[in-house]
Structures are given as structure tokens and as C-alpha cells.
Design a protein around this ligand. Structure first.
Ligand code: ADP
Ligand code: MG
Length: 203
């Protein structure tokens, strides 16, 4: 079987309702765009709570992993997590996430290019804005924390969703886009990113 070229990789990004409300659509798109990635699909929609629950149920390990990550986030700061049971924590997170993501319009996007999943995660930053790296979208434009969102009984507001792995990306893109909505086309700048020979540059 022929292994696909890395430049064909695609990932899903959602600008969540807080990103739209903060007027950060252009800034966020610009950050992904300037990396060299190509926009392969884009739409604005108001997702239903059922659509969001399905989205987070695509990966059967998500509930356990997210609960464990939250517990570690508390412990690394010397704080006591709200529960020691990862699934109990995620049940609460998911209920709040459904309300958060269905609260208003979101922008759904497909980005394509070499290592699209990993590049987009790097530009997006870690889940909790308090500890996301400076220079990332979540590190630069928002200030939320698990401690604050749990105290207030809501989802952590971190502006964007980005697929966590290639497998997750494929399932999530199929969940948000029909085949027809994902557009295959050539971007002139891909020559300088991917062409083997750079001859023809000089006049
Ligand atoms: P990511 O979006 O970085 O892939 P997860 O998949 O672990 O993160 O979680 C999905 C979303 O759920 C996060 O982006 C965030 O909005 C919310 N979330 C995750 N953990 C918590 C938490 N402990 N408290 C509140 N909201 C959370
Ligand atoms: Mg995730």
C-alpha cells in the first residue's frame, strides 16, 4: 500500500463560541494560515448539544484521558482535584462542554499540510490557558483555568478545538464536513514548501 505524502494530512479546528465573541476569528485563522497550512474547508454553524456529545464520543479513550489530565493539572499545582475518578470528572466536563459549544456560532475549519495535526496542536497550545505556552493561541489570548471553571461549574474557555491525533482528525472531519465541503486544490505557495527542486527562481 502506498503511504500518503505528509502534505495530504488534514485536521479539524473549531473556533469555539468565545473565540467568535472575542472577535478573534481573523487572528486565529491568520496564525494557522501563516504557518503554510492550507484551508481545505470552512463554515459557520451553531452545533446542537447532541452533535457535541457525538464529537467527544468519537474517541472511546477521551473520557478517561481527559479526566486523568484534569487530575494531573490540579496535582501539579498542589491543589486537590474535585474527584479522584477520571470518568466522574469527565461526565461533569462533558455536560458543561455541550452547553459551552452549543451556546452560539462556531467556525469549523479543515486545515491541510505536512503534519497538520501536530502543527495545529503546537500553534493552539495546551488545554488549560493558565499553563499554555506563551506564543500559542490559548496562551496569548485568554486566561482561564481548571480551578476557575470548576469553581464556577462551566467548561474551560480556551477559544479553539484542534484534533489530537491523525485518527481523531479523520473521524472529526467526517463528523463536521461532508466530502463535498472539503476542497482539494493547489496553493501556489506549496511549491516553496514541498517541491524537491527550487530551480526556476532566478530570472
Ligand atoms: P483539548 O481541547 O486540548 O484537546 P480535551 O480534549 O482534554 O482538551 O478537552 C476538551 C475540552 O474540554 C477542552 O478544550 C476544554 O474546553 C474542556 N475541558 C477539558 N478539561 C476540563 C476541565 N478540567 N474543566 C473544564 N473544562 C475542561
Ligand atoms: Mg481533545
Amino acid at each position: 500500500m502506498k503511504i500518503p505524502h505528509p502534505k495530504t494530512e488534514r485536521t479539524l479546528v473549531l473556533i469555539k463560541p468565545d473565540g467568535v465573541q472575542r472577535s478573534l476569528i481573523g487572528e486565529i485563522i491568520g496564525r494557522y494560515e501563516r504557518s503554510g497550512l492550507k484551508l481545505a474547508g470552512l463554515k459557520m454553524c451553531i452545533p446542537t448539544e447532541a452533535h457535541i456529545e457525538e464529537h467527544y464520543s468519537l474517541d472511546p479513550a477521551w473520557r478517561r484521558v481527559t479526566g486523568e489530565k484534569t487530575i494531573k493539572g490540579y496535582e501539579s499545582k498542589g491543589l486537590t482535584p474535585p474527584s479522584r475518578d477520571p470518568l466522574e470528572i469527565t461526565a461533569r466536563i462533558l455536560a458543561n462542554l455541550k452547553k459551552y459549544l452549543a451556546s452560539g456560532p462556531v467556525i469549523a475549519m479543515a486545515w491541510q499540510g505536512a503534519h497538520a495535526v501536530a502543527i495545529v496542536r503546537k500553534l493552539t497550545g495546551g488545554t488549560e490557558p493558565l499553563t499554555s505556552d506563551v506564543g500559542t493561541i490559548r496562551g496569548d489570548f485568554v486566561l482561564d483555568s481548571y480551578q476557575m471553571s470548576d469553581t464556577d461549574g462551566r467548561a474551560v474557555r480556551n477559544l479553539v478545538h484542534a484534533s489530537g491525533s491523525v485518527k481523531e482528525a479523520e473521524a472529526e472531519l467526517a463528523h463536521w464536513f461532508s466530502k463535498k465541503e472539503l476542497i482539494g486544490y493547489r496553493l501556489i505557495s506549496e511549491q516553496i514548501l514541498y517541491d524537491v527542486n527550487l530551480d526556476g527562481l532566478l530570472e
